[in-house]
Design a binder for this molecule. Structure first.
Ligand SMILES: Cc1cc2nc3c(=O)[nH]c(=O)nc-3n(C[C@H](O)[C@H](O)[C@H](O)COP(=O)(O)O)c2cc1C
Length: 215
């Protein structure tokens, strides 16, 4: 198993959206550690509606690139994790979530609350509410994977530049899947991307209510 190359604070300081990768294969144990970080993420009611397709095969990466507006880094990456949400995941998995939860010590009151609350909440979502809900759940997992990869010494690139239908066809995804994001992982080749900088904190963070500066 790879050892940590950077602290989280260092990774947060130094990370860039990697422009180009050298294509060297990723260690299977590293990949597993990265995936585990995503799978350990929190999700609403622990429903874990995320699904991930890991693409490493050069021919499959080439096809994937075709569904990503021909972005070269898709083909160059050591691995691309295609992060999806399953619109029907909660329906299929709720009993299993409760069963696993009970084994791990979930109180009966919590199990009953879940069984009672989840179906009426999620069954009424329209298409866009479901997409929004899935985006929330899946992006936490993607972010956890990104930081784990970065602390292990890899470079990463989150990507939304893809065609939903093209990815679904290329990866033969079930109809209920919604593609949320791609996460390309590998090692930087060539110059790093420029640091675009960030807004001053006063532009995006408020204290107590909108418009008041955080003291
Ligand atoms: C959800 C998401 C989707 C993105 N999609 C793409 C993409 O398709 N192609 C790309 O080159 N960069 C993509 N980026 C990278 C952003 O352009 C980049 O994060 C931003 O310019 C800030 O640069 P930095 O990450 O190096 O600080 C994406 C970033 C995020 C968070």
């Amino acid at each position: 198993m790879a050892t940590t190359q950077k602290t989280l604070a260092q990774a947060i300081r130094e990370r860039r959206a990697t422009p180009s990768f050298d294509g060297e294969p990723i260690e299977a144990s590293d990949l597993r550690q990265i995936l585990d970080a995503g799978l350990m993420s929190p999700s609403s009611y622990n429903l874990q509606p995320w699904r991930f397709v890991v693409v490493q095969n050069p021919e499959q990466l080439r096809k994937l690139r075709g569904a990503c507006y021909n972005q070269a880094k898709v083909e160059e990456a050591s691995a691309v994790i295609v992060a999806c949400g399953d619109r029907d995941g909660w329906r299929k998995d709720i009993d299993e979530v409760i069963r696993v939860g009970r084994e791990a010590g979930m109180p009966e009151s919590y199990a009953a609350q879940m069984a009672g609350n989840v179906p009426p909440y999620l069954a009424n979502f329209n298409e866009w509410q479901m997409a929004g809900w899935l985006n929330k759940q899946v992006m936490i997992a993607v972010t956890s994977m990104m930081w784990m990869a970065e602390t292990l010494g890899y470079d990463t690139a989150p990507m939304e530049g893809f065609e939903q239908q093209g990815i679904c066809e290329t990866l033969k995804l079930p109809m209920s899947y919604w593609v949320v994001s791609l996460l390309a992982i590998g090692h930087l080749r060539g110059p790093q991307k420029f640091d675009g900088g960030r807004f001053d904190i006063s532009h995006t963070v408020f204290g107590e209510e909108y418009g008041k500066p955080l003291k």
